[in-house]
Ligand binder design. Structure first.
Ligand SMILES: NC(=O)c1ccc[n+]([C@@H]2O[C@H](COP(=O)([O-])OP(=O)(O)OC[C@H]3O[C@@H](n4cnc5c(N)ncnc54)[C@H](O)[C@@H]3O)[C@@H](O)[C@H]2O)c1
Length: 362
C-alpha cells in the first residue's frame, strides 16, 4: 500500500515510516522540518526506501505536489509541546488544528483512510487534577477510598481509580493548554469529517510516547530527556509536586503494533476514538524515573526543585486501555524496563551524535 505520513520525519512519524516500510508498504514522509532534529532523520529514512517530501500540512499546494496513488494517511505532524504552545497560540492553532483540516480535505478528495495522532491533553487538566488522589512516598496515586465515598452523581464519567482515564472522560473544562486546545479542535474535526463524509478515520489519544529515536527535551519527550540528562550529566529540575507527578509510558513499538491493527480494520471505523497509553504497569513518577536512571547509568544528579507546577500540567495521569483492548485486542507489550534498556542502548550506540546535539550545542 502507498502510505503518506505527515510529520514523517518526527519521532513518531519516522519510526512509523520505518516500521511500515519494513512491512512492505511504500511510504512517503512529508515534513516541513520545523522540529529541530527531524532533518537528521531524512537520510536514514531514504536509505530504508522512504520517500521524503518537504511540505507543510498548512499548504494545499504542498499536498498537490505529493506523488500520486496515496491510499492511506497517518497524520503525525504537530507542534507537540505544551510549554511552547503558550508563547505563540496562533501558531499552534494554525499548525495543529487548521493543518489537520488540510489533511482531512486531502483524504476527503481521495476517499482515503486516516489515522490521526491525538493526545490525552484533549481532556482538561482542571478536571483531571480534581480527581481524588493521595501522596505516596515516591508518587501520587489515585485515592480509591476517597472515590468510593463520593456520591455516584459526583463521580465524573470516564474515570475509575483502578483503570484511569477513558474516552468517556469529559473534554469540557479548562486547562487543556493551548497545545491541547489545538489538538482538541483537530480531534473533533477528524470525528466530524468521518461522519459527515463517511470516511474511515481513527483518532488515537496517546499519553506519553517514548522510545529510541526521540530527541526528548525538557518540555516534550521527558522520559528520553531524563535518560539523556543522566547519561550526559545535564541539569534536571522537578517542576511542581516534588517530582511525584505520574505518567504512563507507551513505547513506540507498541504504537506501531496498534497502527498495524488499525490499518487492517480501518474500513469499519468512522471517527472512532481510542485512548492508548502505557497503562498502570508502565506508570512512574519523576522521582522514580530518577531512581531508575541513576541505577541504570551509575550517575547520580543533583536535581533542583521548583515549587509551582507548570500551567495546565497534570499531577497524575494513567490511561484506561480497556476500549482499545476490547475492540482491537491491543495492549502494550513493551515493559518499562525493556523500554528503558532500548532507550539507553540507542544513546550508547549514537553517543557522539547525541553528545553533539545535547551537550556541545547546549
Ligand atoms: N510524543 C508524544 O509523547 C506524543 C503524545 C501524544 C500525542 N502525540 C502526537 O503525536 C504526533 C507526533 O508527535 P512526535 O512526538 O513525533 O512529535 P515530533 O515533534 O517529533 O514530530 C512532529 C513532526 O511534525 C513536523 N511538523 C510540524 N508542523 C508541521 C507542518 N505544519 N507541516 C509538516 N510537518 C510538520 C515536525 O517537523 C516534526 O518532524 C503529534 O501529533 C503529537 O501531537 C505525541
Amino acid at each position: 500500500m502507498r502510505i503518506l505520513i505527515t510529520g514523517g520525519c518526527g519521532f513518531v512519524g519516522s519510526q512509523l515510516a520505518l516500521h511500515l516500510t519494513e512491512r512492505g508498504h511504500r511510504v512517503v514522509a512529508m515534513d516541513n522540518l520545523v522540529r529541530r532534529g527531524s532533518e537528521a532523520n531524512i537520510e536514514r529514512l531514504q536509505k530504508q526506501g522512504v520517500e521524503f517530501v518537504h511540505g507543510d500540512v498548512r499548504n494545499a499546494e504542498d499536498f498537490a505536489n505529493l506523488p500520486a496513488g496515496i491510499e492511506f494517511v497517518c497524520d503525525a505532524s504537530a507542534q507537540p509541546s505544551v510549554v511552547t504552545g503558550y508563547a505563540n497560540p496562533v501558531f499552534d492553532i494554525t499548525n495543529n488544528a487548521l493543518g489537520v483540516i488540510r489533511v482531512l480535505e486531502y483524504v476527503r478528495e481521495r476517499r482515503c483512510p486516516l489515522l490521526f495522532c491525538s493526545t490525552n491533553r484533549v481532556y482538561s487538566a482542571d478536571r483531571i487534577n480534581a480527581l481524588p488522589r493521595r501522596e505516596g512516598a515516591t508518587r501520587l496515586e489515585w485515592d480509591a477510598a476517597a472515590w468510593q465515598k463520593l456520591p455516584p452523581a459526583e463521580r465524573p464519567r470516564g474515570f475509575e481509580p483502578a483503570h484511569g482515564i477513558s474516552e468517556e472522560f469529559s473534554v469540557d473544562g479548562g486547562q487543556h493548554s493551548i497545545y491541547g486546545l489545538s489538538k482538541l479542535m483537530a480531534d473533533a474535526a477528524c470525528q466530524e469529517y468521518a461522519q459527515a463524509y463517511d470516511l474511515p478515520i481513527v483518532v488515537n489519544r496517546f499519553g506519553v510516547i517514548s522510545g529510541s529515536g526521540q530527541f526528548g527535551k525538557t518540555d516534550q519527550g521527558w522520559f528520553v530527556w531524563w535518560a539523556m540528562a543522566h547519561w550526559f550529566g545535564l541539569p534536571l529540575k522537578y517542576i511542581g509536586w516534588s517530582g511525584k507527578q505520574v505518567r504512563d509510558i507507551l513505547f513506540i513499538e507498541d504504537v506501531c503494533r496498534l497502527v498495524d491493527l488499525q490499518m487492517d480494520r480501518i474500513s469499519r471505523f468512522r471517527g472512532e476514538v481510542f485512548n492508548a497509553g502505557g497503562g498502570a504497569a508502565n506508570s512512574l513518577s519523576l522521582l522514580e524515573a530518577t531512581q531508575l536512571f541513576t541505577k541504570a547509568t551509575g550517575r547520580s544528579l543533583t536535581i533542583t526543585h521548583e515549587e509551582s507546577p507548570r500551567k495546565a500540567d497534570l499531577a497524575l495521569y494513567s490511561t484506561d486501555n480497556r476500549k482499545v483492548e476490547r475492540v482491537l485486542g491491543w495492549k502494550p507489550q513493551v515493559s518499562l524496563g525493556e523500554g528503558l534498556d532500548r532507550v539507553l542502548d540507542w544513546i550508547r550506540k549514537n553517543e557522539a551524535e547525541l553528545r553533539a546535539r545535547y551537550v556541545s550545542a547546549g
